[in-house]
Design a protein around this ligand. Structure first.
Ligand SMILES: Cc1ncc(COP(=O)(O)O)c(C=O)c1O
Length: 304
């Protein structure tokens, strides 16, 4: 590993697996465990470190002096990238969808503080940028500028995500994860054992494209584990929430003292509880859910 990356890695904490002690789940005879990826680091939390690790290694191996990526104004990916860039001594630039807001969100303010250049682009231009996949494919940039697709969606992200599967010492029947680009799901699929089912929960509406994205990232590898993507718990679309979701979050947080955010992990857990009630999981089955972090986004979306 590159020495700069190794130095960054020393800031990281373990991501423990915790049992969710919940009377309702006990009633249905289903066991739920949460892999606390959110505890890895206050900023490069959750799936961010997992996805970025080997991308950053590749950037350093290619002698990049800057990192460029894209995302929305609350992007956890850009937030983590801005911080990592500052730690690694690499200049960072972000293409952000939409017009510059009159008042920058706390996430954007952090990014500026860490030296990230913010480039606000039209929705049309943003859509265009999605076509660039390889690190050196972005036109009009020098060969020391390293391009990272939206959400860190790159084949290089999968190995880091796979490492979290290796840390799970318990046998399990289901491995569940929230999906944005499907990259984290693809990484889990590379390592998940054949006897487990991997279940993704789409955080966005019209997520029919996700399966093909996951297959493209797997690049012909057939996963040992069966998998599917549940698209019933997006709550109206990406970053949309409801009173019901917030009530679920509050109840879960009161029961477990584990903080959730309303975009990814809480939607996944809401879906898990619903499926438990519907009898989707059998008595005696064990579910391992991934808490993918992203709590920084709560400052805007949850008023805290
Ligand atoms: C907190 C959080 N959870 C889950 C996801 C979804 O991950 P992926 O885009 O790899 O599907 C993201 C987006 O990267 C995220 O920020």
């Amino acid at each position: 590993m590159h020495p700069k990356l190794r130095a960054l890695q020393t800031q990281l904490q373990p991501a423990p697996l915790v049992h969710i002690n919940c009377p309702e789940l006990q009633h249905y005879g289903v066991e739920l465990w949460l892999k606390r990826e959110d505890l890895i680091h206050p900023i490069i939390s959750g799936n961010k470190w997992r996805k970025l690790k080997y991308i950053l290694q590749d950037a350093l191996d290619n002698d990049a002096d800057s990192l460029i990526s894209m995302g929305g104004a609350w992007s956890n990916h850009l937030h983590a990238l801005a911080y990592t860039g500052a730690m690694l001594g690499l200049q960072t630039t972000a293409f952000i969808r939409g017009e510059r807001p009159p008042q920058l969100s706390p996430s954007l303010q952090d990014m500026l503080t860490w030296g990230m250049r913010l480039d606000f682009v039209s929705r049309q231009d943003f859509q265009q940028l999605r076509q660039y996949k390889d690190w050196n494919s972005l036109p009009n940039h020098s060969n020391t500028a390293y391009w990272i697709p939206e959400g860190g969606s790159s084949a290089l992200a999968l190995a880091g995500v796979g490492e979290l599967v290796e840390e799970i010492a318990l046998a399990y029947d289901y491995l569940v994860v929230p999906c944005g680009t499907g990259t984290t799901l693809a990484g889990l699929l590379q390592r998940a054992p054949a006897q487990a089912t991997v279940l993704g929960f789409a955080a966005l509406k019209n997520s029919g494209f996700l399966e093909a994205e996951v297959c493209a990232l797997l690049n012909g590898t057939i996963p040992a584990a069966p998998w599917q993507i549940n698209s019933s718990y997006h709550f109206g679309g990406f970053a949309k929430t409801s009173l019901e979701l917030h009530q679920f979050m509050s109840k879960f947080e009161a029961l477990t003292a584990i903080a959730l955010e309303p975009i990814y992990t809480s939607k996944m857990l809401f879906g898990v509880y619903e499926l438990v009630r519907q009898g989707y999981f059998k008595r005696g089955e064990r579910i391992i859910a991934i808490h993918t972090g992203g709590l920084q986004g709560r400052r805007t979306l949850h008023g805290s």
